[in-house]
Design a protein around this ligand. Structure first.
Ligand SMILES: Cc1cc2nc3c(=O)[nH]c(=O)nc-3n(C[C@H](O)[C@H](O)[C@H](O)COP(=O)(O)O)c2cc1C
Ligand SMILES: CCCCCCC(=O)C(=O)O
Length: 368
């Protein structure tokens, strides 16, 4: 286990996680679709944006809070939904939720969490600062399962639902095919029926068991009418994740989405898809303030979060770097990782003379 204090920037957790994890688990977490072009583009896009500092501004107190669905969130940083945290650490999502809670950060729990959603909520509420939880759904053929999970999440105190729209089937993850990847037997998507999940554990040489499971369980025929159906029955606001086209953002809002998440699934679905950051400004313009717009994909520094917030994101989600920290140092690692992001962001707000996250605008950045 790594001493979290060894890591001075979010990227420092990457090599520690690689050393801690079996190669096939590392490949599942780190890999993307195809030649992994979009994985690389997601983070490279941030490097092409400069910050334009202001001077002679009172920055003696910086305000990182943001507002989502009428509530004040302490930071605009959160954990993206990711399946099976127990592949990274035996305490899985319980540790992630405790770590995110200690950092006061939002945590979005995947439908494929390896801990019961009620237990995650209980673990989070014991954390020192605590932070909000949202629950993510895929479009399952068995719609009644989606509604059951939505009701359970509402009852357990989750504050929003996220429905992922970019996964009619799983992207072509070549590393997983090469490894004959299957979810390890001791790790289970315990919020879902064990018999239904069996195919996710069935190893076949040259194939990804997860891709096989997704083909069985995911509904590739879902359209905007299904979103209306879900919104009408959900006990919580529903955000749509996986939006890259401004026309889709508009359709999502027109069909009842309470928010959209600009995301290409961390480059794991369409290889060569536009980077999340490049897709953000047109989506923000199309939504025109009607609902919040969040972003994930390639956020590897507090600076990257600053750039996304300046380009119109209300909040920013972090994916793989949270699993790196979880693998390296458990709940303490997750809390430390999120604090590294937060502290970098806070420092930049002060140095750039832009002390309030909610007032960041496009004038804070320049292209090139
Ligand atoms: C190991 C792993 C599992 C994931 N599982 C899910 C999931 O269950 N549901 C989902 O909507 N997105 C899932 N994603 C995508 C993330 O929510 C997010 O879009 C992506 O990781 C953000 O990019 P980043 O990792 O570059 O920060 C997963 C990503 C990874 C790396
Ligand atoms: C067991 C079905 C698929 C889990 C998919 C998790 C995911 O979204 C990922 O990117 O991996």
């Amino acid at each position: 286990m790594t001493d979290a204090s060894d890591c001075r920037r979010p990227l420092d957790y990457r090599e520690r996680a690689r050393a801690a994890l079996p190669a096939h688990v590392w490949d599942y977490i780190e890999g993307g679709a195809g030649d992994e072009l979009t994985v690389a583009w997601n983070s490279a896009a941030f490097d092409r944006v400069s910050i334009v500092p202001r001077t002679m501004v009172d920055v003696s107190a910086c305000d990182l809070s943001c507002e989502l669905f009428g509530a004040r969130y302490a930071t605009p940083l959160g954990v993206a939904p990711m399946a099976y945290h127990q592949i990274a650490h035996p305490e899985g999502e319980l540790a992630t939720a405790r770590g995110a809670g200690a950092a006061g950060a939002l945590c979005v729990v995947s439908i494929f969490a390896s801990a019961r959603l009620e237990d995650i909520a209980a673990a989070r509420s014991g954390a020192e600062a605590s932070g909000p939880l949202w629950f993510q759904l895929y479009w399952l053929r068995r719609r009644e399962v989606m509604l059951d999970l939505a009701a359970r999440a509402g009852a357990a105190g989750y504050r929003a639902l996220v429905v992922t729209a970019d996964t009619p089937r799983l992207g072509d993850r070549r590393r997983d095919r090469h490894n004959g990847w299957a979810v390890p037997a001791g790790v289970r998507a315990v919020n879902l029926d064990a018999a239904v999940m069996a195919s996710a554990h069935r190893r076949r040489p040259g194939a990804s068991a997860l891709a096989g499971h997704a083909e069985e369980a995911f509904d590739p025929s879902a359209t905007w009418h299904d979103l209306e159906w879900l919104v009408a029955r959900a006990p919580l606001p529903v955000l749509v994740k996986g939006i890259l086209d401004p026309a889709d953002a508009q359709l999502a809002v027109d069909h009842g989405a309470a928010g959209v998440i600009v995301s290409n699934h961390g480059g794991r679905q369409v290889d060569g898809a536009i980077s999340a950051l490049r897709a953000l400004p047109p989506v923000v313009d199309a939504v025109a303030g009607r609902v919040p717009v969040l972003l994930d994909g390639g956020v590897r520094r507090g600076r990257d979060a600053f750039v996304a917030l300046a380009l119109g994101a209300t909040a920013v989600l972090i994916g793989r770097p949270v699993l790196w920290a979880l693998a390296a140092a458990g709940a303490d690692g997750v809390a430390h990782q999120l604090r590294l992001y937060r502290d970098e962001l806070e420092n930049l707000l002060a140095l750039a003379g832009r002390p309030r996250v909610r007032e960041l605008g496009r004038d804070a950045v320049a292209h090139g």
